[in-house]
Design a protein around this ligand. Structure first.
Ligand SMILES: Cc1cc2nc3c(=O)[nH]c(=O)nc-3n(C[C@H](O)[C@H](O)[C@H](O)COP(=O)(O)OP(=O)(O)OC[C@H]3O[C@@H](n4cnc5c(N)ncnc54)[C@H](O)[C@@H]3O)c2cc1C
Length: 471
């Protein structure tokens, strides 16, 4: 067998067999295919991945490895700090001519892949990257003038027009080409404790079978009412809870879009919008990578946050005294997942009422969430902080009491997550009262360079004060 008919599939995201672009392309074009996952020691110990996400990853790898073994293959596990070097060395040791991977759109992974491509080429091998993570790759969606979008609604219209869904790519006919993981090369899958992590959360089941089951359940029980119920966090099927699977690629986004298009009813159409938000934030991060280190709108970089550490701790623990905020934080701390409505309310309370930097909240969410995903997390935080792509900017200040009255009027969600609510054990006085927090924030905002350079005038304090509603 000549070396260039052997290939290596390097799994990073996309941790599934079904409808997986790089696995399918590798199996189709080669005669023997190895699979590997390289655990990044630096990342796993770095503090930005908490026990919940790490555990979800390790469980997923166990399942993927078993699934590959059932089909005659296997998953080579390696642990390293120099990832491109490790992958290139593996390709050399296995004697493969090509390495296949699904394309990543974040700055660091793109640099990593460029380095790997150079290393492989210098050794007479090739890196083949496949689009898989998004339904439409970020450079394809452009304004008529050829520029990237910075506003969601026009992005979504163009994105929808570009959606061309093909049938799932089926690797089944080629499974006989899968090669087992050589035992002298593969390492045992590490455990959480190998990375100094301890799981205290009750997380959702991982792996692609769990993902398919959850998608089926949501299609049966939730999708038709999604447009009406998606904000009601107390209902278990108000949203799909598929985000960890989309983050790790145990589910293909194309499967979700097919399900939505198949239903073509108001709930499904609204759900498609949410999938478009995910793609929008990847698009923004791809074209404006500075969002990963600071605000999209640069005039917000020197915003004078107070960053009170005592208040930050109380927010993290779900002890602010606002039960809707606290219930959200406790759901996060207990399960590694939080409902979207609560992500907005808790984030708003942190940035606007406590005047604590959105970047501190962003990092805490990344540490706690099983679905912690840089583009969506960053986009969500900047949306709430008002320094991202959203034209409403600083005027959006959620009122935690009005939010609860509207979305949890019978306190069902609050009772689920705060067992001591209504007793003397629950704090009665809020750490910062909403109207006081809002007043302080708007004062800081009006004195900041963000307000001075706000050419659109959409974030004036006077206007904000005139808007009682839910904000
Ligand atoms: C402050 C903040 C932080 C967030 N951090 C993350 C994060 O780290 N990872 C993450 O996947 N989502 C994040 N989101 C977006 C959203 O809250 C979650 O995607 C959603 O709650 C996941 O629940 P679900 O799977 O039931 O969503 P559904 O309502 O069923 O939506 C289906 C899918 O669409 C995508 N989606 C839905 N809403 C959004 C949105 N607003 N932005 C981007 N994608 C969306 C997700 O992939 C989701 O799984 C964040 C939002 C905010 C406000």
């Amino acid at each position: 067998m000549s070396p260039d008919t052997k290939a290596l599939v390097w799994f990073r995201g996309g941790l599934r067999i079904r409808d997986n672009s790089c696995l399918y392309e590798a199996l189709k074009a080669n005669t023997q295919v190895y699979c590997c996952y390289i655990l990044d020691d630096f990342y796993m110990r770095g503090g930005d991945i908490g026990a919940a996400r790490a555990s979800f990853l390790l469980d997923t790898l166990t399942i993927l490895s078993e699934d590959l073994q059932h089909r005659g293959g296997g998953l080579i596990i390696r642990r390293a700090q120099q990832i491109p070097e490790e992958c290139a060395m593996l390709a050399h040791t296995l004697g493969v001519g090509r390495v296949y991977a699904n394309r990543d759109y974040m700055p660091y992974p793109m640099e990593r892949d460029k380095k790997l491509s150079n290393l492989l080429e210098s050794d007479g091998r090739k890196l083949i990257l496949c689009d898989d993570q998004l339904a439409v790759p970020p450079e394809i969606v452009k304004t008529d003038a050829g520029n990237p979008y910075t506003v969601f609604t026009p992005f979504k219209r163009k994105w929808e027009a570009l959606l061309q869904l093909i049938e799932p790519k089926s690797p089944e006919p080629y499974f006989y080409k899968l090669a087992p993981a050589p035992s002298n090369i593969s390492e045992p899958l590490p455990t959480l404790s190998d990375f100094g992590l301890v799981l205290t959360q009750q997380i959702e089941p991982a792996g692609e079978h769990a993902a398919q089951t959850r998608l089926e359940q949501f299609v049966e029980l939730g999708i038709n009412r999604y447009h009406e119920e998606r904000d009601l966090a107390y209902l278990p099927t108000s949203t799909s809870r598929l985000s960890p699977h989309l983050k790790w690629g145990t589910l293909s986004v194309r499967d979700c879009i097919r399900a939505a298009q198949h239903h073509d009813a108001p709930g499904a159409i609204k759900w498609l919008d949410e999938l478009a938000w995910r793609e929008f934030y990847y698009h923004v991060g791809f074209h404006f990578p500075h969002v990963y280190t600071g605000p999209m709108l640069r005039e917000y970089s020197d915003f004078p946050w107070s960053n009170n550490t005592e208040h930050f701790e109380l927010w993290k623990q779900g002890k602010t005294g606002y039960p809707f905020v606290d219930a959200g934080m406790r759901q996060l701390n207990a399960t590694g997942w939080m409902h979207n409505r609560l992500r907005q309310v808790t984030a708003s309370y942190l940035c606007k009422d406590l005047c604590i930097s959105w970047q501190m909240g962003e990092r805490y969410f990344m540490q706690m969430l099983t679905d912690g995903d840089w583009p969506s997390n960053n986009g969500g935080w900047q949306w709430v902080a008002g320094c991202g792509t959203d034209p409403r900017r600083a005027t959006r200040i959620f009122n935690p009491v009005l939010q609860q009255q509207r979305y949890d009027p019978n306190y069902l969600y609050i009772k689920e997550w705060i067992p001591e609510w209504g007793t003397s054990a629950y704090p009665i006085m809020p750490v910062v009262e909403h109207s006081e927090g809002r007043r302080r924030y708007m004062q800081l905002f009006n004195e900041s360079s963000a307000a001075r350079s706000d050419a659109r005038g959409s974030a004036r304090a006077t206007k904000a004060d005139d808007q009682p509603s839910l904000f």
